[in-house]
Design a protein around this ligand. Sequence first.
Ligand code: 99T
Length: 201
Amino acid sequence: MRLWQNPASPFARKVRMVIRETGLTARVEEIATAVSPVSPNADLAKYNPLVKIPALQTDGGDVLYDSSVICEYLDTQHAVTRIVPDGAARWNALRLQSLCDGILDASVLCRYETAVRPEQYRWNDWVQGQFGKIRNGLDALAAEAPAWGAQFNIGQIGAACVLGYLDFRFADENWRGSRPQLAQWYESVKTRASMVATAPV
Ligand code: 99T
């Protein structure tokens, strides 16, 4: 399999963590890929019409996107504990992944607002609206983190990617300040091998 990815991307990190948590590392070639919403990567565009990472080419040649679909596919390719659990736990794990993807969508939009959009076109109310989603989402994560225990399914992997991305791109946000239990949970997972190997650069 081939994975178009970039170490700065929290969505790609989710996939890269699943690869490592499920022992698939030797089966996936990771292709470092630069992306920007204003200068589409021509090579990636041949495989993903949205020109976003992550994208995964299966051994059969199909190309899958986005990160949630790729993670579900990878979960069919190994024989260890399922990353997307079956039964009643499935819906809670998928909901938690969606919450984390939503926080990341808002975070990446804010990142592009400052790193890509020319200053004269920026709109502070819009940025604050996105930050409202980020903070509400973090409060929701903080409320449920104490119940996670040792679980580390696609929901917790998503949460770890959210918190790692905020530290990477928005270190001034101080998300830990009013959410000590979420901070405590993050401390307990950030030394996992899959976290260390995929730390953003
Ligand atoms: O928007 C673009 O054209 C390029 N952006 C991306 O490819 C971002 C990279 S994160 N990826 C996504 O937005 C994927 C979202 C999708 N729903 C999924 O895969 O789940 C880059 C962050 C950074 O550089 O700070």
